[in-house]
Each structure stands twice: as C-alpha cells, then as structure tokens.
Design a protein around this ligand. Structure first.
Ligand code: TRP
Length: 507
C-alpha cells in the first residue's frame, strides 16, 4: 500500500487550501459578475449564499475529507465508495467528483498560461502602447486586437501553454508537502502582497477616483433580491470561488493529520478566500476601470465578460500609469500565482484516484493525470467553443448537482446525528446543532431552487445545439465520465482485496 502523505504544518495546510480556493475566480470572475449585476444589488444574495450554502458545504467537505483520509481515500470515487461498502454504483457516482475538477482543469490551465504569457509580454514591454482616450471602446481596442491575435492561438501562446503544463507537472511530481504546500507558502503571501499593492494603486488613482468603484460594489441594496438571475449568479460565484461541489476541498482535507481541527481549518479557508475576494478582488479591477473611464462605462465593460476585463480592459488601464509595464506585469503575475495554486488543486483528485484506488505509484499517477490534462488543454486551445461548453456543464451544472449529492449522502444518509458527532469530535469550537439543520435542509433547498430556475426552466434551449464543436465537447465530456467510471469499477476489486488483507493482519 502506498503511504499517504500528510501536510507538514498547520499553516501550510491552511495556505494550501486557501490557495486551492483563491484563484481567477476571486480576482477576475468576482469583480466582473459584481459589476454586471449591479454592484451592491449583487452583494446581498452573494453574502446570503455564502452563509447558507458556501460555509456549510465547506465544513462538510473538510469533515468527510478527513474521515475518508483516515481510511486511505482522497478522491470522491473512494469517498462515496467508503460510505456504501464500495458498491459499484456509489463509486461510479463518485467519479463525477473527479470528472468535474479534471474537466475544469483542462481549460483553467490554458487560461492560466495566458496570465503567464501576458506577464512576460508586459515585463519585456511587448504589450500594445496605450491610447489616451476617455472612450473605453477606443482605449481598449488595441488590447482587444492583441488578445485576439494571442489566443488565435499564436506560437507565443502555445509556448506558454507548454511552460505552464510543465510547471504544474513538476510541482505535482514533488508531492503534497514539497510540491503543493511549498508553492502555497510562497504563492499565498505574494498574492496578498501584490493584491494589496494593486488595490492601493487602483483606489488612489486620479486623486482617489477609484474609490467610487469600491463604493459601487458596496452600495448594498435589495433591488436584486427578486431577480432569480442575480441569485443564480451570486450562488454560482460562491460555489466557484470556494471550490465547492466537486470534492476538491475534500481531497486536500484527506491529507490532514489525525488531530487536526478541520472545522477551524474550514473557517480559515473560507475567511482567507473571502478576504481576497471581497476586499482585494473588489479593490482592483473595478476601481481601476472606474478611475480611468466614467462610471457609466462599467456595466458596459463588464458585460463583455471576465476575459475582457482581465486581459483587455485592465492592461488598457494599467499601461496608462507611469511604469505601466511593471504594474501590468504585477497584475498578470498575481493572476498567474492565484491560478497556479488552483490548477494544482484541480489535478489532485485525479492523482488521488490513481494512487488510492488503483494503487499506482506517485510518478505513474502524476504522469497519466498530466497527459490527460495536456490533451484537454490542447482541445481548449484549438477547438472553438470548447472552453465555454465545458465551463457550462462541468463548471456550473454538474457542480450544483454534485453539491446536492454531497449533502444527501454525507448528511442525510450518513445521518444527521452521526454527522453532528463527527462535527463536534473534530473541533474545539462550540457548534450549535441548529447549524446541522441548516446544512441538512436550507442548503439543499437553496441548491434545488437555483438549479430549477437556471437550468431546468430553459432546458430544451440549453440541450439543443447544432454547432459540431459543441457536440464534440459534450461527447468528450461523456467520454471522460465513462473512463473514470470504468476505473471506479475496476479499482473496486483492488480496494476490497486490500480491506480483506487488513482484516487478516489485524485479527
Ligand atoms: N476556486 C477557484 C477560483 O476561484 C476555481 C475553482 C473551482 C477551483 N473549483 C475548483 C480550484 C477546484 C481548485 C479546485 O478560481
């Protein structure tokens, strides 16, 4: 049996899981969603979703992750298996919790490679020269063209994709402590430092005109509360930013030491993530764009999506500053570090599947995982619509459903009392039983309502597509699920044999 690694220190464990959660979602996706859905109007459902759904699911994933780690499992395939005596159906269901992060990683890592590429292009002063214009469309134009040419994809883009894949490969090969934990220990403080620096630059620019941007986000009001779309987007953001609903937190939690207080660790993870989202993330992109262009331009700019804000609007704004190339470099470096600590986490469930269930060696597990991701990253780079299609199915729909499955299995089937016992056994904090009822009843209702309003209501228009590239993406997605299901069933025998062996030697 492979010996499972443990995180070396408490700080390392918290930084690594915070690095898991903190990513492009905090610094790019959050500000563009907040701006698009009315700033303060978005923030009310956002905070409600955080407390009613985000925090409970975060704690669930920590508890079950630790519980499963004690039994030698880290991936959702093994975890769901563990709860149902390794029945095939449970292991197949768990495969979704490996498929989701794997599929997301396939495009996430490609976007990560843009951030590295743009960081270098900024540093070597190869970014377009800024146009002085109050008209945002005009000012952003050179950067739009630049971005289009880059992601065509250009040779530069391809080179940085290969470099990014190699960096991830190398770190993962070094394992939990020397790879992931070490990267987080360096990366997380750098992210916070660069984030505060950029936030200060953005807020103070043009005589603190940037502050208006922050006020826009925090102009809390209830005008969005009746609009299902705002709720859906706010909840989707909570899932995405906290890395929930796909077993990505659980796999990190499975490497904790026996005595770790996982509830505290969960609170720390959520706390650091929210700080980097609603304080730092809110202080950079939107304030910078506010300072440069007028307030009316913001929703317009945000409408064109997350990539537009990060890779086109932001360089157009930042390059206008004195030493603009340097500020733009720091911006993209910040994005790269945030993305890197997340892409490592997106790959780990697959590695854990191979190591814990198939009993493969670490090197073999990492190699096969990275080959799959390399293939997926190429599809993201070369097949049009691939990113959007996978993002929609794996990054939104499957994620909500798997979040629901987590609650049903780990709270309802495991039993509310058992879950509560597991919860209080693992922490020195006094947790009222009411909290478990919120997890058991409020969170699932929340998820069901959101899924209903968002997916089921216009299901036919979502299902029917005619573009061959979209159909290809869906077939690919099914193929990945099938592949992981076969592994789930095949590895069952290996796990059961191991269990019998353990029984014999402990008799
Ligand atoms: N939380 C990450 C971000 O904010 C994205 C993400 C979603 C993620 N699910 C994940 C990262 C699972 C790692 C593992 O960008």
């Amino acid at each position: 049996m492979n010996k499972r690694e443990n995180w070396k220190s408490r700080v390392g464990l918290i930084l690594a899981t915070a690095g898991n959660a903190v990513g492009l979602g905090n610094i790019l996706r959050f500000p563009s969603k907040a701006a698009l859905y009315g700033g303060g109007a978005f923030m009310v459902p956002y905070f409600i979703a955080f407390f009613l759904m985000g925090l409970p699911l975060m704690i669930i994933e920590w508890i079950i992750g630790k519980y499963a780690g004690k039994h030698g499992h880290g991936s959702m395939t093994g975890i769901l298996g563990l709860f149902f005596k390794h029945a095939s159906w449970a292991r197949v269901l768990g495969s979704f919790g490996v498929a989701i992060p794997l599929l997301i990683c396939m495009y996430y890592i490609y976007i990560e490679s843009w951030t590295l590429g743009f960081a270098f292009l900024s540093l070597f002063q190869k970014m377009p020269i800024p146009m002085i214009s109050d008209n945002p469309q005009e000012a952003v134009k050179p950067y739009v063209e630049f971005f289009r040419a880059y992601t065509n994809p250009s040779i530069t883009a391809y080179t940085f994709l290969i470099i990014t894949l190699a960096i991830n490969w190398l770190i993962l090969q070094r394992g939990i402590v020397k790879g992931i934990e070490l990267t987080a220990k360096i990366g997380m403080p750098a992210i916070i430092l660069f984030g505060i620096l950029l936030g200060f630059i953005a807020l103070s620019s043009r005589d603190w005109a940037g502050l208006e941007g922050l006020k826009f986000i925090y102009n809390l009001n209830f005008s969005g509360i009746k609009d299902p779309k705002v709720w859906i987007e706010a909840s989707g953001q909570i899932f995405f930013t906290l890395s929930l609903g796909m077993g990505a937190i659980a796999v990190y939690a499975s490497y904790v030491k026996k005595r770790e207080d996982v509830v505290k660790a969960g609170l720390w993870t959520a706390g650091i993530n929210e700080f980097i989202e609603v304080v730092i993330g809110a202080s950079i992109a939107i304030p910078a764009a506010f300072a440069m262009f007028s307030a009316v331009a913001i929703p317009e700019l945000a409408k064109e999506g997350t990539f537009r804000l990060g890779f086109m609007t932001m360089p157009a704004v930042l390059m206008n500053f004195p030493l603009g190339w340097l500020i733009s470099f720091i911006w993209f470096l910040l994005l790269f570090l945030a993305a890197l600590t997340s892409s490592l986490a997106l790959t780990q469930p697959l590695i854990a599947l191979f190591e814990d269930e198939m009993k493969w060696s670490h090197t073999k597990s990492v190699t096969v995982s990275m080959i799959l991701i390399t293939i997926g990253a190429h599809l993201s780079a070369f097949v049009p619509n691939f990113i959007d299609e996978i993002d929609f199915w794996a990054g939104c729909v499957m994620l909500l459903l798997f979040g629901l499955i987590e609650i049903i299995v780990f709270v309802w089937i495991f039993g509310i009392n058992n879950f509560y016992n597991e919860l209080i056994q693992n922490t020195s904090l006094k947790i009222p039983k009411a909290f478990v009822y919120v997890i058991a009843f409020v969170s699932p209702v929340f998820i069901v309502l959101i899924t209903y309003f968002w997916v089921i209501k216009d299901f036919t228009s979502i299902i029917l597509v005619s573009e061959p590239t979209k159909i290809f993406a869906r077939i690919f997605l099914l193929f990945i699920i099938l592949f992981l299901s076969i592994i789930a069933v095949k590895s069952r025998k290996i796990v059961l044999k191991d269990l019998r062996y353990l029984k014999v030697i402990t008799k």
